[in-house]
Design a protein around this ligand. Sequence first.
Ligand code: GLY
Length: 392
Amino acid sequence: MRIHRTSGSDVLVIGGGIIGLVTAWRAAQRGLSTAVVDPDPGGGAARVAAGMLAAVTELHYGEEMLLGLNVASAKRYPRFAAELEAASGQDIGFRACGTLAVALDTDDRAHLRELHELQRRSGLKSDWLTGRECRRLEPMLAPGVRGGLRVDGDHQVDPRRLAAALLTACERAGVVFHRHRAERLSVVRDRAAGAVLADGSERAADQVVLAAGSLSARLAGVPDHVLPPVRPVKGQVLRLTVPTAYAPFLSRTVRAVVRGSHVYLVPRENGELVIGATSEEMGWDTTVTAGGVYELLRDAHELVPGITELPLTETRAGLRPASPDNAPLLGRTALPGLHLATGHHRNGVLLTPVTGDAMAQLLADGELPEVARPFSPGRFPSAAPVSQEQPA
Ligand code: GLY
């Protein structure tokens, strides 16, 4: 194929999902000329995600390091939402509604008690409620609910609106969009120098950010020892609609672990009720299966029997970009000029504000802020960075 070289930008972001867009927006705000490569910017996993900002209720054993980043990002959300809404002129559906995690049987209750203890040891705020107290908060809950954890700090945002607002904010900040697929990374004299796109053009840049979600591990031209160790983890998600006559159906996010599977119901102010999500190691498969839909509806129905009355308006599957330790890869790689912002797994929406801030600081000032340093790609031997490199 003939390659047409073009004049370049300071920063080229490969991937226009929410992580790529927030990186581009924040970089442009720092005065860097920035371009994004993506055939369909604003798409990706955020199109499927429910948008829970669940730093506390999604705490897992062994993920204490990630907790610090999650909490830092959750704290930034109110200001981030206000700033993005002002910059884009769009509502992103940020809703400070809190979350209720409930137990349906004795095993679930033991599991929740463990989670409560882990949250307490981690300095997080959550309150134990009896089943009756849970139902007083959320009258649509099943009579069998045995108890629950009230977490008033775990909120929600609408990921589709978030992506649309980021796209507009990027455009208004002067970010240039190349609506093509990146075919391969350009490397010149052992340094990342841009990308060759599917239309045959080559976009040059001083710094390249690979933020292509699960696809980040597949970009041609990236040396093997630099390829990020991310893999797709499939999640099936359903969308129902709550007719106005039924409102308020739920006033906050309700979630549980039912027979070992996580299920959550996220009610939006516009009447959408999102039910998620399966977690499946199925490679690149994004088929919505009868089994996936059945399990989600069965588990959600055990929690909130009244869902059977609601119209089912959408079923979708997306791919979470998962890393070996479930935490993102943020920062420079062993290939000078190439940075990563990927591997956000279950927390892409939550981590959007802190990722944008961290990546912009790296791109503009040459180093990651303290909060993001533990997430350097260098923690995985395959993606070890070289010693501190100054920005170009
Ligand atoms: N954070 C929710 C999920 O990944 O399903």
